[in-house]
Write a protein that binds this ligand. Structure first.
Ligand SMILES: NC(=O)c1ccc[n+]([C@@H]2O[C@H](COP(=O)([O-])OP(=O)(O)OC[C@H]3O[C@@H](n4cnc5c(N)ncnc54)[C@H](O)[C@@H]3O)[C@@H](O)[C@H]2O)c1
Length: 320
């Protein structure tokens, strides 16, 4: 992590300190930046910093941070208002609800109080910045910076400019994200869902349909990814995967299996929305494997596994 190169002596502001915002706070503070945290719900805001302190202790246990967890946690401060949070900030990471009206209102509020040079990244999972961040004084300085949850453990971040985002904003955010150790993907044209969630949508569409049609249980579909596809995907993407899966590489693979994939795709032109009955079926299946009361503990277990994985990856990258 080398945010020092950017000589960023101003703080970063997190607006919306739920699951993703609180995770972003760790990612920035861990890189040496002072972070102000604001949430419209004071109860959520109060929980964010103690939660981050716990996560930092766990990161330290796994050797994923060099500094003492308390030193990093001391860089996090709670702000009482939006204006206080962003006062003098170099960068704002917006992480409020995934709703156009909520994000638009926040942009209007930011437009009133933001300094003339602050850059604003939105954690939006799929709503385009052009749908909520245009025609304001801040518009050239707003872009999507979409993370994966939790952002301090899964490094990828998608940068997606709106039609009004300046090139300087993209360049600053690229440098900032690389500086704090994220892995930057540039999405060249705005599209709903960007790249990550469009890929996830394709897989989920098939998973829900296979379950609906009684082809396999949720558990067996999960197992197919967990014990199959996911093994390679943890270190290579779909194009590299198929490049290695035919003797002559990707073109050979496309010639051999292209017709099969085309036939599968044609069979799923539009499956319609996930309806109530289907959701109830999947909910029932999942709850047999994990009770609702155990969801939070399982999230902690997932984060613990991700930390072990991150530590292993860091060691392997160091050995390369
Ligand atoms: N959860 C994920 O897996 C995930 C992953 C990547 C991106 N995202 C995106 O990140 C954003 C936040 O998602 P989340 O999962 O953290 O949701 P969340 O519900 O956990 O947190 C949202 C927080 O925003 C606060 N909030 C709402 N309006 C606000 C305002 N005007 N000012 C300040 N705070 C406000 C709420 O009180 C809440 O605490 C969404 O755009 C979401 O799509 C989520």
């Amino acid at each position: 992590m080398n945010v020092a190169k950017m000589k960023l002596d101003k703080p970063v502001a997190i607006i919306g300190a739920g699951l993703v915002g609180a995770g972003w706070a760790i990612a920035f503070a861990r890189a040496g930046l002072n972070v102000r945290v604001y949430d419209a719900n004071p109860r959520t805001a109060e929980k964010a910093i103690p939660w981050a302190a716990n996560q930092l202790a766990a990161l330290h246990k796994h050797g994923l941070i060099d500094e003492a967890p308390e030193t990093i946690a001391a860089r996090l401060t709670l702000a009482d208002s939006l204006a206080q949070a962003i006062d003098g900030a170099a960068y704002v990471q917006e992480s409020v609800l995934e709703r156009v009206d909520v994000k638009r209102q926040l942009m209007l509020d930011l437009d009133k109080v933001a300094d003339a040079d602050v850059i604003i990244g939105s954690s939006s999972s799929g709503i385009k910045a052009s749908d909520f961040a245009c025609d304001l004084a801040i518009s050239p300085r707003v872009l999507i910076a979409h993370p994966v949850n939790p952002p301090y453990l899964v490094p990828v971040v998608e940068l997606v400019p709106s039609t009004q985002t300046s090139q300087a904003t993209v360049e600053f955010t690229d440098a900032l994200m690389r500086g704090i150790g994220q892995s930057v993907v540039h999405v060249r044209k705005e599209i709903e869902g960007f790249v990550l969630n469009r890929l996830q949508a394709a897989l989920l569409r098939e998973a829900w349909a296979l379950q609906r049609d009684g082809i396999a249980s949720c558990e067996d579909i999960d197992k197919t990814v967990r014990d199959g596809l996911g093994w390679r995907w943890s270190f290579m993407g779909p194009f590299e995967t198929i490049d290695l899966n035919a003797p002559g590489g990707v073109a050979d693979y496309a010639n051999r299996l292209g017709p099969l994939y085309h036939s599968i795709v044609k069979s799923r032109v539009d499956d319609g929305p996930w309806d109530e009955a289907l959701i109830a079926q999947v909910e029932k299946d999942r709850r047999q494997h994990l009770s609702a009361d155990d969801l939070a503990a399982r999230r902690d277990w997932r984060d613990e596994r991700l930390m072990q994985f991150a530590a292993q990856r860091a060691q392997e990258d160091g050995e390369r």
